[in-house]
Design a protein around this ligand. Structure first.
Ligand code: ATP
Ligand code: MG
Length: 451
């Protein structure tokens, strides 16, 4: 009996390509088509009316089953990208890693991809998949997906779920299971390890031991992943609304060390730890309340204590404060750039926020009036407040600026008179004549596009 059961379990793990899917009716899974976005329903209906297979697939089905509102919708179809393109006036073919079609409907964009196989996918010497744009059957499409819970196909017309890999059962059991052999699948695409941790944390699923065990030893493979892809994945993780949980889990899985310089910074800095976790909690909270968040702001917080450390060292070596700050900013950003392709615009935002910080020390004369007119003042002040909350600077400074920004003219003059002229402010040693900031000084006032 037990042997039979074991055989069943092992055969299932060893044969990723199951061609007989379970068809699960709405009375069993409970997801009604009204719960989907109108655009997702319509896209599937139009494709089906033209004789193609079309299903909502992946994250949206999974999230609906768990009771999370889906972030966006992916549709999988038997139609080729060109056939899809021909059916929707507002659509375009996107050719990044694979050829997919964006179908626009009202304010929504639905990503439509053709069923594809990865059976004969070309791999590099480490087993990493290089190209997998080979069209295939629906069963093949299911098998090349990463986790069983991500390989569910929902037909909005019949409200049936097509389930090739027992994904519905895994959701019920709150388990994240890799389709096929986890080691092989991680070798093909090491980002799946990060996805496992992120989705597990976000959805409250526990990673199946077979998928969890190899992560620690295989984490080094992430070094071969292109920086731009890692950056995308980091953004997803940091802006999942569960960053604190994800990062805690990453630390537990041993995925943080020596892997991404940013993760080392986040998880191992003794000085800025409180500041960073406060900032991550803050971001999680904002996302869960559907408020806007800016990558520049978050990255600025994550790296701030590195900047402080480098800046202090330079000042201790006798460099004047202002140029030392700009050099420190560049060095810290450069240290991240190799592995993490932070986009230029985000780098601009990060530097703006940092460059504003010493200016909060100057509470005299006309300077404060100019500072509150800065386009990035608000982000700079939010950052200052976090510094205060973490104990880096007195809360009194953040409160003072808040009062100043909201006061009328007379009250402002009064605030200026009452402001303590801190002797220990970083940019205080004013004996020398004001130096021109070294080359990149304009960053402080540069107009950055709003996020
Ligand atoms: P979310 O959008 O909430 O981050 P998701 O699962 O929808 O989660 P996407 O990146 O939008 O993530 O991917 C859509 C689907 O594509 C996934 O559900 C999965 O089926 C498949 N997929 C994504 N990334 C991979 C991967 N690295 N390997 C295999 N399949 C993947
Ligand atoms: Mg998705």
């Amino acid at each position: 009996m037990i042997r039979k059961l074991l055989r069943k379990v092992f055969t299932r793990a060893a044969t990723p390509l199951s061609t007989e899917p379970a068809l699960i009716a709405v009375d069993q899974h409970g997801v009604r088509s009204e719960q989907l976005s109108p655009a997702a329903r319509k896209t599937c209906a139009v494709l089906q009316e033209s004789g193609y297979k079309a299903y909502v697939v992946g994250g949206a089905v999974r999230d609906l089953l768990i009771g999370h509102p889906p972030k966006d919708y992916d549709v999988a179809t038997s139609a080729t990208p060109e056939q899809v393109r021909a059916l929707f006036r507002r659509s375009r073919i996107i050719g990044r890693r694979f050829k997919i079609v964006h179908v626009m409907s009202g304010p929504e964009t639905i990503e439509v991809s053709t069923f594809r196989a990865s059976q004969d996918a070309e791999t590099d010497e480490l087993g990493r998949v290089l190209h997998d744009n080979v069209f295939g059957s629906q069963a093949e499409d299911a098998s090349r997906r990463d986790f069983t819970v991500n390989a569910l196909y929902y037909d909005p017309v019949t409200e049936t779920i097509v389930d090739y890999h027992h994904g519905v059962a895994d959701i019920k059991q709150k388990t994240l299971r890799v389709i096929g052999d986890p080691r092989t699948r991680y070798r093909e695409d090491p980002v799946r390890m990060l996805r496992a941790v992120r989705l597990g944390a976000k959805l409250g699923l526990s990673i199946d031991p077979a998928a969890r065990t190899p992560i620690r030893e295989m984490a080094v493979l992430l070094e071969n992943v292109p920086a731009a892809r890692l950056f995308d994945e980091m953004l997803k993780l940091l802006f999942s609304g569960y960053a604190v949980k994800c990062l805690t889990q990453l630390r537990e899985e041993g995925l943080h060390h020596g892997l991404l310089p940013l993760l080392d910074v986040i998880l191992e800095q003794p000085m800025g730890e409180r500041f960073v976790w406060l900032s991550l909690e803050n971001t999680d909270e904002r996302i869960r309340q559907d408020k806007s968040v800016s990558p520049g702001f978050l990255f600025a917080t994550l790296l701030w204590h590195e900047v402080l450390k480098t800046w202090d060292a330079k000042k201790a070596a006798g460099e004047p404060s202002q140029p030392a700050l700009f050099e420190a900013m560049d060095e810290v950003i450069d240290a991240q750039a190799g592995k993490l392709a932070i986009t230029r615009r985000i780098v601009g935002d990060i530097k703006d926020i940092w460059a504003l910080q010493p200016r909060f020390d100057k509470r005299a004369g006309k300077t404060p009036y100019r500072l509150i007119e800065q386009p990035r003042y608000r982000a700079g002040w939010d950052f200052l407040r976090l510094r205060a909350q973490s104990g880096e600077v007195p809360m009194e400074i953040a409160d003072w600026w808040d009062d100043f920004a909201h006061a009328g003219h007379d009250e402002r003059e009064e605030l200026l008179r009452a402001a303590p002229q801190t002797a220990d402010a970083p940019a205080k040693k004013r004996r020398r004549k004001r130096r021109k900031p070294a080359g990149n000084g304009e960053v402080a006032t540069a107009d950055t596009s709003a996020e």
